[in-house]
Design a binder for this molecule. Structure first.
Ligand SMILES: NC(=O)c1ccc[n+]([C@@H]2O[C@H](COP(=O)([O-])OP(=O)(O)OC[C@H]3O[C@@H](n4cnc5c(N)ncnc54)[C@H](O)[C@@H]3O)[C@@H](O)[C@H]2O)c1
Length: 228
C-alpha cells in the first residue's frame, strides 16, 4: 500500500487534477470515523467511475485490499504525500485587496501545509496592517523577506495591469510556482509553473451547459434571448 515518492513525476496530469478531490472526500470520511472504503464507495462519493479511481490510485502504488478496500487514513496520507502536502509550502500573496484578504484569511490553507509567510501590497494605506498575524509590506520588501523566510508559491491578486510586473518580481527572487488570479496571461521563463484561476471562465462554461440543457428541453425563449 505504500507510495514510492519516485513515482510522483510519473503521475499523469489528469490524475493529479483528481487527487485533491479524492483527498477532500477521504478527509470527510475520516472526520466521520470511517476506517476503510471500497473503490466503488469512494468513486461514487467523488463522482468518477471506480475503474478510473483504481487506475488513478495505482499511479501512487496504492491498490487497496480485496474485500476491504482502502484504509481511509493511509490512502489520505499517500495522496497528501504525492501532492507534496506533507511538506511545508511557504506562500506569499501580492495584492491585499478584497481577494488577497479573503485568501490570506482562509484557514484551509494552513491545514493543507500552506503557510502564509508574506503579504505584499503597494498601497501605503495598507502598509503595516496585519492579516492572520502577518504584516502587509510593499513589494519592494520582497527580496529581503525572501532571505528571511523563502517563498515557494507566489499568489498574484493584483489588478491585471500590475500582474506581469508582480510576476517578474516573484520570479526574480526565485519563486518558481505562481498562482495567478488576475485576468492576465503571464510570460515566465522555463521552469516556472503558473496556474491561473478564473472564476468568470468557469461561470461562462456553466452558462454554456445551462444553455445547452435549456435548448435540449425545448426552451425556445432562451434560444431567442441568447441569439440576440
Ligand atoms: N480569478 C478569480 O476568480 C477572481 C475573482 C475575483 C477577483 N479576481 C481578480 O483578482 C484581482 C484582485 O481583485 P480584488 O477584487 O481583490 O481587487 P482590489 O482592487 O480589491 O485589490 C487589488 C490590490 O492590489 C494592489 N496592487 C495593485 N498593484 C500592485 C502592485 N504593483 N504591487 C502590489 N500590490 C498592488 C492594490 O493596492 C490593491 O490593494 C483582480 O485582478 C481581479 O480581477 C479574480
Amino acid at each position: 500500500m505504500s507510495a514510492d515518492p519516485n513515482l510522483r513525476r510519473e503521475i499523469p496530469d489528469a490524475t493529479v487534477a483528481r487527487l485533491p478531490e479524492y483527498l477532500r472526500t477521504l478527509s470527510r470520511l475520516a472526520e466521520d470515523g470511517v476506517l476503510s472504503v471500497s473503490s466503488e464507495e469512494l468513486a461514487a462519493a467523488v463522482g468518477v467511475r471506480s475503474a478510473q479511481l483504481r487506475k488513478d490510485l495505482s499511479h501512487l502504488g496504492s491498490y487497496g485490499v480485496r474485500g476491504v478496500g482502502y484504509e481511509v487514513e493511509t490512502l489520505a496520507l499517500e495522496i497528501s504525500r504525492a501532492l507534496g502536502l506533507t511538506e511545508d509550502w511557504p506562500v506569499a500573496i501580492v495584492g491585499m485587496g478584497n481577494l488577497g484578504h479573503a485568501l490570506a484569511s482562509y484557514s484551509g490553507f494552513v491545514t493543507k501545509g500552506f503557510r502564509i509567510v508574506g503579504l505584499f501590497d503597494d498601497d501605503p494605506a495598507l502598509a503595516g496592517q496585519h492579516v492572520v498575524g502577518v504584516p502587509i509590506r510593499p513589494l519592494a520588501d520582497l527580496p529581503a523577506c525572501q532571505v528571511a523566510d523563502p517563498v515557494s508559491i507566489g499568489v498574484i491578486a493584483t489588478p491585471a495591469r500590475a500582474a506581469q510586473a508582480v510576476c517578474d518580481s516573484l520570479v526574480a527572487v526565485g519563486v518558481t510556482s505562481i498562482l495567478n488570479f488576475a485576468p492576465a496571461v503571464l510570460t515566465v521563463p522555463e521552469g516556472v509553473d503558473v496556474r491561473r484561476v478564473d472564476l468568470s471562465t468557469e461561470l461562462q462554461i456553466l452558462a454554456f451547459h445551462a444553455q445547452r440543457k435549456s435548448l435540449a428541453a425545448g426552451d425556445g425563449d432562451l434560444r431567442s434571448v441568447v441569439s440576440q
